[in-house]
Design a protein around this ligand. Structure first.
Ligand code: FAD
Length: 462
């Protein structure tokens, strides 16, 4: 252990209420691992905070000793930003309180919550917070990057539903940011990721919802490009209540997939309808009839069932790599290239995910948040998912090649939550004309770039 990390440990031991874990100590091995099995790092110290003063103490001690520091909520950063070698991890996994106020339809969500902890607490009173699609993802990392999911078209991005943030900044101060307090920081937090401090609490807005219609359709062979073209044409006219996500992959070997399709390139569509059931059934039937899928299912499910249905597809410890981009429109050539690419996927678990955003999310003005341009509706995510280290090269190369082939038809921009570790150079692309304003906020709140294990916005050199 380095001298600097020894200093941090000694300083924290005097006051820390949570757990301090060093290599070799009980609990360290479990605490060290993060979701992406490609990222195996060995922090010098994991400070598992019990409360806000613990977070303040950890930030102050690490800043004083000049120790590299990672912030961890759910540990699902694809890039592995939730850990580091030799440095300090400020781990928020003990801070998972959710306090719901059904009357004002709002909640206070602590900085270490998983999406599942938020969903379970809010559903007790029939309310929801719009977030992501896998319940073991960290709420803080997801919200700070944007937060897209099944409810985005109806209620906006996660942070469109955040009224205030409480955070520990780089000097250890506790700061509140909202429409009236520190409005520039509030603007920057809605897009700037973990650059400005450790968020210990989000004040979020909730919406009533307990059940919905889930429809699924699967198509193989020549039907795949047809399916994608119909989806492309249908979505711009679709009501906000309908979300329709697409997966291009090799069909899994599961009972729900007809035997003759397993292992073949397929397109799967998952449709979610929020609201009146009769109206939803009409929209879903129309959408699926247009696409001629080989198999169709449709059922009413609970919100909690929806939010956990994909959990098993993304287990902890697998090897993951991703790249992402936006399309203003999907032309036939792009569709053909995507379909060709699926035939060469090296892993049965990898996929090309497509979603159509729009709706409430697109109605927030570009300048209102640091997220910026919301007018590009098609988002693509190439998600590599495999288990053997020996297959790293083939899987990463497949994603890079397909991404590079499609990049000329993409609109510049990238969603920071889907970025991998080797994409530092794309951070300014994510923010574009908002970059200088973000740099100014960063320079004010974190002039030494203490919070740098993230999609980093470096402060101005003084
Ligand atoms: C299986 C899976 C499913 C996903 N699904 C979606 C989805 O549906 N929609 C979507 O938009 N994204 C999705 N993502 C992407 C996800 O939003 C990002 O990976 C996000 O960074 C995960 O947050 P985390 O807290 O789990 O990550 P961590 O690794 O814990 O943290 C990542 C980074 O977030 C910052 N951070 C975390 N907590 C705090 C905090 N309290 N204060 C300040 N900064 C903090 C830090 O910079 C940290 O380095 C998914 C990712 C995975 C792995």
């Amino acid at each position: 252990m380095s001298q600097a990390i020894e200093e941090v440990h000694a300083s924290l031991q005097r006051q820390f209420k949570g757990d301090l874990l060093r290599p070799g100590e009980d609990g360290y091995a479990d605490a060290r691992s993060i979701w992406n099995g490609m990222v195996a790092r060995t922090p010098g110290l994991i400070a598992r905070c019990a409360d806000v003063p613990d977070v303040q103490a950890a930030v102050r001690a690490a800043a004083a000793a000049g120790v590299l520091t990672a912030i961890r909520c759910g540990g699902h950063s694809l890039a592995g930003f939730g850990s580091c070698d030799g440095g300090l991890v400020i781990d928020l996994t003990r801070m998972r309180q959710v306090t719901v106020d059904p009357e004002s339809r709002s909640a206070r969500v602590a900085g270490g919550c998983l999406l599942g902890s938020v969903d379970v607490a809010t559903q007790k009173t029939g309310l929801v917070f719009p977030s992501g699609v896998v319940s073991h993802t960290g709420a803080a990392g997801l919200i700070l990057g944007g937060g897209t999911g099944w409810l985005t078209r109806r209620f906006g991005l996660s942070w469109d539903n955040v009224a205030g943030y409480t955070l520990v900044t780089a000097d250890g101060s506790l700061v509140h940011a909202g429409a009236k307090d520190n409005p520039e920081l509030f603007w920057a937090l809605r897009g700037g990721g973990g650059n400005f401090g450790v968020v210990t609490e989000f004040e979020v807005k909730l919406h009533p919802l307990t059940s919905l219609i889930l429809g699924e359709g699967l198509c193989a062979g020549d039907g795949v490009p047809h399916f994608l073209r119909r989806w492309r044409e249908f979505m711009p006219e679709a009501p906000d209540n309908l979300k329709w996500n697409i997966g291009l992959r090799l069909a899994p070997d599961t009972e729900t997939v007809p035997a003759h399709l397993r292992g073949r390139p397929v397109v799967s569509g998952a449709l979610v309808w929020l609201g009146d059931l009769d109206e939803g059934n009409r929209h879903m039937d129309r959408a699926l009839t247009l696409c001629h899928p080989a198999t169709v299912t449709k059922k009413v499910v609970s919100f909690l069932e929806l939010q956990t249905m994909a959990d098993h597809e993304f287990p902890h410890g697998q090897r993951y790599y991703s790249k992402s981009g936006y399309f203003s429109c999907l032309n036939d050539n792009t569709i053909e290239r995507m379909v060709e690419a699926v035939a060469t996927i090296p892993s049965l678990h990898s996929q090309i995910e497509l979603a159509y955003l729009g709706g409430a999310m697109a109605r927030v003005a570009a300048g209102e948040t640091a997220f910026g341009d919301r007018s590009t509706p098609f988002i693509i995510n190439f998600l590599g998912n495999w288990s053997e280290e020996s297959a790293d090269e083939a899987n990463i190369a497949w994603i890079r090649n397909v991404f590079n082939a499609l990049r000329p038809s993409m609109k510049p921009g990238v969603y920071i939550n889907f970025m991998s570790a080797d994409e530092d150079d794309r951070v300014p692309e994510a923010y574009q004309e908002r970059w200088e304003r973000l740099v100014a906020v960063k320079s004010h709140y974190d002039p030494t770039n203490f919070f740098r294990l993230n999609q980093n916005i470096p402060p101005k050199k003084s």
